[in-house]
Ligand binder design. Structure first.
Ligand code: SAH
Ligand code: SF4
Ligand code: F3S
Length: 470
């Protein structure tokens, strides 16, 4: 569904209308392939919104599309290689369909020289743009449709409100609250490709959440590289205050957020999580390493003791909370002892889920030039060991729920498995037999078993109230 018609700010409203007049009757279609984090997924929803507003509709497959967009990520080298490989593979399609439009955008394009390199290496790519000028997409698309090859990467940007958004499902929606990052963790490329922190005005966020509630959305996920530093007017504890405002919106039943930086997690936020019934019992709190020496070299600005203290406070006050995290292994100079500190922390916390990565040097970041870069084999061995340990924790965590009742907000239906699925407030995924009309409803499920990363159960009751879950 096309939502949030362009309001104040979306200057290319008129371009979309022009495109609509010219192209709607041709029934042209698009396919967007999104790499990387939720920020990119949500940007892709905005691109889809602008395309829909311009008279284009989603294609059944990439092969059938008239426009293909790749929204890229560059957080690790692996992500980049995949993108380059997949763009190369499009040449065949373009040879078969010379009118096919191929566009590449996202974080990778915002890196120095990458866009130029890409335009040179792939002459069949028509359109390239970065993360800071998403809003210019309609006029760039128009130029391409008029026969030009175009590339535009700009530095720094204001927040533009009112972009149309076409979201994937009708239950749970992403909302940006803060763009960019000021933290400069020494391994990370994100501050270079997403710019400085910019907080949206709370009124705009509330307005968007209300519009989503009117459209039937029940859950919102507030997005930012570091939501804890949300500070619209430089005010203290801006994020906790925002949660209080959002909790009052009728129709929105669950509020999630990601990502939280441990150094900025305030008492005010923990209090908000306790007091506000709609704020979910889950926090994604990337720890990155369990070694104080490595945390310092990473410029994370907290210690493992501080992290453990936060975990204790969260567990003490927010009943039933589950924690998830991100961990990097093989950071420059990481010793066996440092790595064992990470394993030890994983054992102590018991994360319900963890995203684990091998350190990948990124050009332009501080860590890429640090001495003591580890060889691929060592990083791989450590990742395997960490994953094995974490898998045990996932199993143990899953087992806790077997035999218990859980309130699940049904998000979708997996055709292959023939099962409906949704999450508990604490982010645990549950599959259960149900009709498709379960989607969008709170359902009480008796948990009977576990799969690798999810639980399986059967329905006990429908139309539960959200209140039953806290
Ligand atoms: N803003 C979020 C995460 C951004 S990137 C945060 O601060 O936690 C998502 C994850 O990718 C990071 O948490 C980190 O674990 C991982 N990551 C980032 N840069 C990386 C690199 N150079 N090599 C390996 N993993 C990296
Ligand atoms: Fe990267 Fe650190 Fe910013 Fe997260 S907080 S985006 S890891 S620099
Ligand atoms: Fe990747 Fe950009 Fe997200 S680099 S992880 S898509 S902010």
């Amino acid at each position: 569904m096309l939502e949030a018609k362009a309001k104040n700010g979306f200057v290319q409203d008129e371009v979309c209308k022009m495109l609509y007049q010219s192209y709607k009757h041709l029934n042209k279609t698009y396919h967007i392939q999104s790499y990387g984090c939720q920020m990119n997924t949500h940007d892709s929803e905005k691109l889809a919104g602008m395309l829909s507003m311009s008279g284009f509709s989603p294609a059944a497959s990439k092969e059938e599309a008239d426009i293909i967009l790749f929204n890229t990520c560059c957080v690790r080298e692996h992500a980049e290689k995949r993108v380059f490989g997949n763009i190369g593979a499009l040449k065949k399609l373009k040879d078969e369909k010379p009118k096919l439009i191929i566009g590449v955008c996202g974080c990778m394009m915002q890196q120095e020289e990458v866009a130029d390199r890409l335009m040179r290496r792939f002459p069949f790519v028509d359109l390239v743009f970065g993360t800071h000028n998403l809003n210019e997409f309609p006029s760039m698309l128009k130029a391409v449709l008029d026969g030009e090859r175009t590339s535009s990467i700009i530095e720094g940007c204001e927040i533009e409100e009112g972009l149309p958004v076409k979201r994937a499902d009708g239950v749970s929606a992403f909302i940006n609250i803060i763009y960019g990052c000021n933290n400069y963790c020494s391994y990370c490329i994100v501050p270079y490709v997403r710019g400085r922190e910019r907080s949206r005005e709370p009124e705009k966020i509330v307005e968007e959440a209300k519009a989503l509630a009117d459209q039937g959305y029940k859950e919102i996920t507030l997005l930012g590289q570091n939501v804890n530093s949300y500070a619209p007017n430089g005010e203290k504890d801006g994020f906790a205050k925002l949660l209080y405002m959002l909790n009052d919106i009728d129709g929105i039943e669950r509020i999630r957020f990601m990502t939280s930086h441990p150094k900025d997690l305030s008492r005010g936020l923990i209090e908000a999580m306790v007091r506000l019934p709609k704020v979910c019992n889950h926090i994604h709190l990337p720890v990155q390493s369990g070694s104080n020496r490595i945390l310092e070299a990473m410029n994370r600005r907290y210690t493992r003791e501080h992290y453990m203290d936060l975990v204790d406070q969260l567990r003490e006050h927010v009943s039933g909370i589950e924690l998830t995290t991100d961990i990097i292994v093989g950071f420059p100079s990481e010793t066996e002892e440092d790595f064992n500190d990470t394993l030890d922390l994983v054992n102590r916390v018991g994360f319900s889920s963890a995203y684990t990565f091998m350190y990948s040097p990124r050009r332009g970041t501080k860590a890429a030039k640090m001495p003591g870069q580890l060889d691929a084999e060592t990083k791989k061995m450590r990742l395997l060991a960490l994953n094995e340990l974490q898998a045990e924790h996932v199993r143990a965590n899953n087992k806790k729920y077997i035999g218990k009742s859980a309130v699940v907000l049904t998000e979708g239906y997996d055709e292959r498995k023939g099962l409906a699925f949704g999450k508990m407030t604490n982010f645990k995924m549950v599959y259960f037999p149900a009709d498709k009309d379960a989607i969008g409803r709170f359902i009480s499920v008796k948990i009977e078993g576990e799969q690798k990363n999810s639980l399986i159960g059967r329905i006990e009751g429908t139309n539960m109230s959200r209140d039953a879950e806290k």
